[in-house]
Design a protein around this ligand. Sequence first.
Ligand code: NOJ
Length: 739
Amino acid sequence: MMRRNILLLLMAVLLVSCVKKDPVEAKIDALLAQMTLDEKIGQMNQLTGMGLSDDMKQQIKDGKVGSILNEVDVNIINNLQRIAVEESRLHIPLIFGRDVIHGYKTIFPIPLGQAASWNPATAEAGARVAAREASSVGIRWTFAPMVDVSRDPRWGRIAESCGEDPYMNAVFGAAMVKGFQGDSLSNTTSIAACAKHFAGYGASESGKDYNTTWIPDVQLRDVYLPPFKAAVDAGAATFMCSFNDINGVPSSGNKYLNRDILRDEWKFDGMLVSDWGSIDQLILHGVSENQKDAALKGIEAGVDMDMMGFVYISHIKSLIEEGKVKESFIDETVRNILRLKFRLGLFDHPYATPDTTAFYKPEALAAAKEAAVESAVLLKNNDILPLVGQYKSIAVVGPMADAALEQFGTWSFDAEPAHAITPLKAITDMYGKQYNIIAEPGLTFSRDSNATGIAKAVAAARKADVVLFFAGEEAILSGEAHCRADLDLPGLQNQFMSALKATGKPVVMVVMAGRPLTIENQIKDASAVLFAFHGGTMAGPALADLIFGKAVPSGKLPVTFPRMVGQIPVYYAHKNTGRPASNIVTIDKIPVGVFQTSLGNTSFHLDAGDKPMYPFGYGLSYSTFEYSKVTLSAKTIEKNQTLTAECTVTNTGKYDAKEVVQFYVRDLVASLARPVRELKGFDKVFLKAGESKTVKFEIDASNLGFWHQDKTYYAEPGEFQVWISKDSQSGEPLNFVLK
Ligand code: NOJ
């Protein structure tokens, strides 16, 4: 009787679930049933915009294109969409994609800068602004966020990442997904996010773009994958493959990554696009003989859409006819693409409503300015900043002082320099009446090798009471395929700084760059240093506010700054090794003719020592903060219990200011050697001068664990340490035991 009842119940559940099929899936079923094989393959083809060319129109009419990237003219977009919706046999809309990475028209700081804010809300706000602006021209898909953990500042794409830490990339990536996608994808101001580049791209050898990576599975899962998993959890609608091979298998042909992990383990039901031509590039990688084999590998690996590779459109049909690929494979792929289009509401609202007021709205500019304020990191301050009335004349020099295009940073295809406010403009507009501003660029661009202007800038510095030196890198020196082996300030900027120092005037150096730079000597020469990354449209007003004290710096480094390139990779979450650095004897201290074993025999560089220039998490304020002793809720916790760590932070300085409080953990003894510290939480708190707040962090077995060689994640019982600290190097650890 009992068994019969259970059986009946099961049947009823089955019946209800059949009847109540997700309406989107039902629509996909109905559409798929009508599609020819050619139409299915057409959906898997993404082309770059060619305006209203006859060829493009015909291909759309014939159902040979599923998506177009890099078309931004709303009239062209609507025109092409009209052909897809009205003239193609099944009226399936196109989806228009674009690299809207840190803004469409209103440009926010580069993602590395946004991460320096340690304020995910600014990243979410930036992505929301970008979505509103881009969607107004019909772009409903962005190729962001990039959540590649990046531990090599030579790699130009570090600019697009949120730095070296998995947790930071996870938190910021999720915030950006939320911002791009809004409350619902079907809202016409939402754009589909794309978590990229799946996976391990940041580990490219010698920081050269597109290069080989070797990543053991435990490291892949502990370091490189968590931000992608967080993107899935945040609802990212799409993923993009990376260009690199990973342990010999390029991502676009990597079944383990794209099917086993992304689909099977994480249950991702969105769409996976290749990178530009990356399926075709399986040939150049040397894993496919020809395009047909590349297409086979791509489809077997679960890559749904071929971005500008032409291999799916050219070869999938014959692969099916030859029985090498099952049509059901293709159906799954097309299902993922159609699901995205339905979720975006493109079948109901295929067209964009042109809206010339969508760009540069006051609230967008205000959010961009706030993000730029929060992104700047004060590296040094010999009591000179903020400049508050003690000086009469100020020299504004350097190649980045008035370089509208350069302050946008990488990936700002649609930005308009006329809308950017440079530091020189902001300072002149805001403080030109109060101070005598003497502007002299010295160098016309960051790589300029013509020294004649430097003499003029030095003459300007001599006339002034204080010098503001805007140094850095032009936008073109970072980003995709823009990697550097030398991380000094380019061109004659070091010489420029030495000449400014020689005037005896205090020099405030503001660095606008796409990556950490090796500027140790310039920092020594400067009285204060603000590292501002590329701050976007509103970099100028933001920096003016910071320099003159209307705002207080609150950024902290999302990546370790090396002293020398030879230290790379240098990151805070390194292992202890069997010979941790101690007894540092640097090259200048080694006595001549000394016996070999007189040195420390520990892990450091003779010339660089064991410390970076600045650690991860570092950043100063105009105020000062004191941290009380940390207290723990228990000395021992069971696997199902939560540990709370708390500490009181007091603003002991004169300024109301924000402080980024960081929470780190170390697993002291485990079956695999663990990092010396791992970031597990952070909180940016606002404290009025004199105010105190208690900051709490919680941790339990679910995030004390790590990946093991048998592909399982769990926390091992034993002793752990926790820190609540200002950065990744300071603070006193407390111990607790996980039972
Ligand atoms: C190549 C880049 O790797 C990727 O990040 C970008 O989204 C695509 N090109 C499209 O422009």
